[in-house]
Design a protein around this ligand. Structure first.
Ligand code: IMP
Length: 200
């Protein structure tokens, strides 16, 4: 029989701090199933096309790794790093490039792979940048979409889950670089009363 103390410990996620609470929003099982469906949708649209996946560092890494394996066929990948967020949960509203792609996307069928669409400013910046480079196709796959928060007029072609306006971590997403390794997507809440900053 587990003791009360061991039950409590079992609920604590790896890397979790005392002042933070985590609630599973989307389990790894649901993520796995949805990623498989998304890959099928993408392959239905591009059955024989070599797909060049462009992952937006760092949040998309786990999603891209799973999606690439589900896609099958000819797949290559590259990564770009941009930042729109400072430390913590608040956006600066500005997008800046930290690392560009390694190879040209001209004439390729490009699938931009993003962890989450929030204001949409990052994706807008990326789409403008990539369109100028003349890819054959340019499509977007996002795992999570916080539709309510949108500022920029952008949409993904393939969306995993529409989620409420909560700050989420796990499956690649971080809070101050932590929690990226959680298998589930979780809502993180701060402070003794468990109120998220984003709701304040
Ligand atoms: P956007 O430019 O506002 O759409 O923000 C996109 C980026 O903000 C994502 O790629 C994430 O890195 C980050 N972001 C937005 N919402 C969250 C969240 O709930 N958790 C973790 N990162 C987030």
């Amino acid at each position: 029989m587990p003791t009360k103390a061991s039950k409590r410990t079992a609920r604590v996620k790896p890397g979790q701090r005392e002042e933070e609470t985590l609630r599973v929003l989307i389990s790894h099982k649901r993520i796995r199933e949805r990623v498989r469906q998304m890959a099928q949708d993408i392959r239905r649209d591009f059955p024989n096309e070599p797909m060049h996946l462009v992952g937006v560092l760092k949040g998309s890494v786990l999603f891209l790794a799973d999606l690439a394996r589900e896609l099958g066929g000819e797949v290559s990948f590259d990564f770009i790093s941009v930042s729109s967020y400072g430390k913590g949960m608040d956006s600066t509203g500005e997008v800046k490039m930290n690392k560009d792609l390694d190879v040209s996307i001209e004439g390729r069928s490009v699938l931009v792979v993003e962890d989450i669409l929030d204001t949409g400013l990052t994706l807008k910046y990326l789409l403008r940048l990539f369109e100028e480079r003349k890819p054959k196709h340019l499509r977007v796959a996002v795992l999570l979409d916080k539709v309510e928060r949108r500022i920029a007029d952008v949409k993904a072609d393939y969306t995993g889950f529409v989620i409420p306006n909560e700050f989420v971590v796990g499956y690649g997403l971080d809070y101050d670089e932590r929690y990226r390794n959680l298998p589930d997507v979780c809502v993180v809440r701060l402070g003794p009363r468990g109120k998220t900053k984003i709701e304040a």
